[in-house]
Design a protein around this ligand. Structure first.
Ligand SMILES: *[C@@H]1O[C@H](CO)[C@@H](O)[C@H](O)[C@H]1NC(C)=O
Ligand SMILES: *[C@@H]1O[C@H](CO)[C@@H](O)[C@H](O)[C@H]1NC(C)=O
Length: 693
């Protein structure tokens, strides 16, 4: 394809393509636009301007396909995927004349009524077309509704009611108005609700905040051009719309100001726009809107005459006055911003598409056959077993580095130590109180016909049984606690591994709980046995017992003597190593059994230490053994329970969790949208490249 460059209009400098003095494209992401042809349609029509159309603005043919591409992306709603489209956003205070400016640009009448005129963002897509008959339609809620120019107000109001409800409420869901008309500039703008401070009848109390939020949502993206409509009659710095745009665009580099009602405050206007107190980076355009029933043509002629002849207004530079100038500026700014954003948009669409495609690939496949489900199930059980081995047996916590409650081996030791401490502290609170009384009573009960220096074994066992009874609930409570902990760990590990299969997760949870309950019951029986065994037999091969007893017994003679002395001399306390100061008054009448009672007490003291240690050891070995069985053998019971006797249970797994299915659907729809968008931009990029060679 041959290209004819008009060097005055388009030229290349420093690798950038410049059209009409505006940089259309910067390297290093070269984007060239269609070259301007010799037969610029606008040139040919220039003389017919006044008669035919409300506005004829300079329009570069090459921008049109780019704008169409952006409009198509907008229609696809690619913005909801986080792709920002270059947008001209029109803002203004309530009486700034915002609607009139838009009417002048579009050459049509827009709704006006008391209160807010625009209650939803109105996307205005102006397109020049050849036919003398204008074509208008509205797009909203997925519908395209053709409208007559004379009924545009009613149609917009009806559509607004459908989007934002009846009454005076507002909404951020946009309505699109497409205006195809001979001579309108090719422009897409978003008109936002006018800023109002005071709610009128029927408006919500927080109308100002609602409008502000919508405006901020639209003007914040860097890709938005802010068209700020200001009335010449006010001090610009007091305008709400200026305050808002300054918040997001401090330097004003993407803000353009339109000053309306130029004829109403002509005296200082020239100074106001020259001084630029409010930082309008893209400059000012002063306009005079249509008044009364003037036709748009009359209004334009009147405007031109005003800025030519008015003593004050004529001083303003001609390059910044009039609606046609505004239209032309907007078209150029739009071309610039589109050309600047398009490469980024192409890149972002690609990146997001790739991210979403790989996210979809990473998602578990939906299971479609019993064989698939079986394989997935076995994988899950295998992985869960491995996790539990790590947590409960090997003490490897790489899967839950920060969740201490899952560090099984460490928790078990911790609980075991605590159990041991509690057992040892459970000794009768004051061993010196009623010293030897229990022993004496038991000895009396065990009295029989025999020699006095044989210690009856039945007496020893009586005391042992009582002591064991007193602590017998502690091993059981401890085991319950350990099983609670194991239950929690097994459940959460299984849940994590079966997360994505909703049905499986539900039934696994139940099966795991049943298994743990079965094991818990077995374990409890075992613990009760361990306790019972201690009551039945007094035995140890541990030499510590004899060592300790012998040591304690060396005090026997001296203790008995001291008790006798104390009784004789009226003392009441005797000190005994290992027990402390002992009240002995109550032993006065039991002096004949003191030797035996003392012996019995010392045997029990030495033996009880052995019993407590043995309890802790047995519990440790038993629980460790149970955990080992659980992880290595009994997990299979979960498999059996889930599959059911006929193996049908596995089919239930084919149902996915709603969250996963939802995410998959969402990814698929994002991917579809991004693919369509990519096609849209790919076509336009191809076309640009095609003209480039
Ligand atoms: C492109 O993506 C970047 C990084 O996510 C983001 O900051 C930028 O706003 C996006 N631009 C457009 C035009 O979507
Ligand atoms: C698609 O990818 C984008 C960008 O990486 C991401 O923000 C978004 O969440 C993804 N969509 C879904 C449905 O995961």
């Amino acid at each position: 394809m041959s290209a004819v460059y008009d060097e005055d209009v388009a030229s290349r400098s420093n690798g950038a393509l410049v059209v009409n003095g505006l940089v259309v494209c910067d390297d290093p992401q070269p984007l060239t636009i269609l070259p301007i042809t010799a037969q610029d349609p606008l040139m040919a029509r220039e003389e017919e301007v006044a008669d035919q159309a409300p506005i004829v603005a300079q329009y570069n043919d090459q921008i049109r396909p780019l704008l169409d591409a952006i409009d198509r992306l907008r229609l696809l709603m690619v913005m909801k995927e986080g792709i920002q489209l270059p947008t001209i956003v029109v803002v203004g205070d309530q009486s700034s004349g915002k609607s009139s400016v838009l009417e002048s640009l579009a050459g049509i009448s827009l709704p006006r009524s008391q209160g807010i005129c625009t209650r939803v963002p109105l996307i205005m897509r102006l397109q020049s077309h050849q036919s003398p008959t204008p074509e208008l339609h509205l797009e909203y809620n997925g519908k395209t509704v053709p409208v007559e120019e004379s009924h545009i107000t009613t149609a917009i109001n009806l559509a607004t009611d459908e989007i934002a409800g009846h009454g005076k409420g507002i909404s951020n869901k946009p309505l699109t108005l497409v205006v195809k008309k001979d001579g309108v500039p090719d422009l897409t703008m978003v008109d936002l609700p006018g800023i109002t401070r005071v709610p009128v009848q029927g408006q919500p109390e927080n109308i100002y905040e609602q409008i502000r939020d919508i405006i901020m949502e639209y003007i914040t993206p860097e890709e938005s051009i802010i068209l700020n409509v200001l009335s010449a009659t006010v001090d610009f710095s007091t305008c709400e719309s200026i305050r808002m745009s300054q918040k997001v665009d401090k330097t004003g580099e993407r803000t353009l100001a339109v000053v309306t009602k130029a004829d109403r405050a002509p005296e200082e206007l020239c100074e106001k726009v020259t001084a630029d107190d409010v930082n309008i980076g893209l400059g000012y355009v002063c306009v005079r809107n249509r008044i009364g029933d003037e036709s748009y043509e009359e209004a334009r002629r009147e405007e031109a005459r005003l800025f030519q002849t008015h003593p004050h207004l004529s001083r303003i530079d001609k390059s910044i006055v009039g609606v046609p100038v505004l239209a032309q500026k907007l078209v150029q700014i739009q071309a610039n911003i589109i050309a600047r954003c398009l490469p980024v948009i192409v890149k972002n669409i690609s990146e997001k598409l790739n991210a979403n495609v790989s996210a979809l690939e990473r998602m578990p496949k939906a299971l479609t056959s019993v064989a698939d489900a079986m394989a997935a199930f076995m994988r899950i059980i295998g992985a869960a077993k491995e996790s539990l081995r790590k947590l409960l047996l090997r003490g490897e916590f790489d899967e839950y580095p920060d969740d201490g409650s899952k560090h099984g081996t460490a928790r078990l030791v911790e609980m075991l130590n605590q159990f041991s401490d509690e057992l040892h502290e459970s000794e009768d609170n004051d061993p010196t109180k009623d010293f030897l009384i229990e022993e004496i009573k038991v000895l009396e009960d065990a009295k029989g016909i025999g020699l006095p220096n044989f210690l009856p074994r039945s007496a020893f066992l009586r005391i042992l049984q009582r002591k064991v009874d007193r602590i017998s609930s502690m091993p059981i409570e401890f085991a319950e606690k350990v099983w609670d902990c194991i239950d929690g760990m097994v459940t959460s590990v299984l849940m994590r591994h079966s997360e994505i299969y909703y049905q499986l997760k539900v039934s696994t949870k139940r099966a795991a709980h049943n298994l743990i309950e079965r094991m818990r019951e077995q374990s409890m029986n075992r613990v009760k046995e361990i306790v019972q065994m201690e009551k039945l037999t007094d035995y140890t091969c541990n030499p510590d017992y004899m060592v300790e007893w012998t040591k304690l017994m060396t005090q026997q003679e001296s203790f008995v003597r001291k008790v006798n002395d104390a009784v004789m001399y009226g003392h009441s306390r005797v000190s005994l190593e290992g027990f402390g100061d002992i009240e002995v008054e109550h032993l006065r009448q039991h002096r004949n059994v003191l030797h035996q009672a003392f012996d019995l007490k010392m045997r029990m003291t030495a033996y009880w230490k052995i019993v407590l240690r043995r309890l802790v050891d047995s519990m440790a070995l038993h629980l460790q053994y149970s955990v080992h069985n659980l992880v290595n053998n009994n997990m299979e019971e979960i498999v059996n329970e889930l599959m059911g006797p006929d193996g049908r249970g596995i089919e239930r797994m084919l149902v996915e969790s709603p969250a996963i299915a939802g995410k998959r659907e969402k990814l698929k729809s994002s991917i579809k949208l991004l693919k369509e968008s990519k096609d849209v931009v790919a076509k336009i990029m191809d076309r640009i490249a095609g003209y480039d060679d």
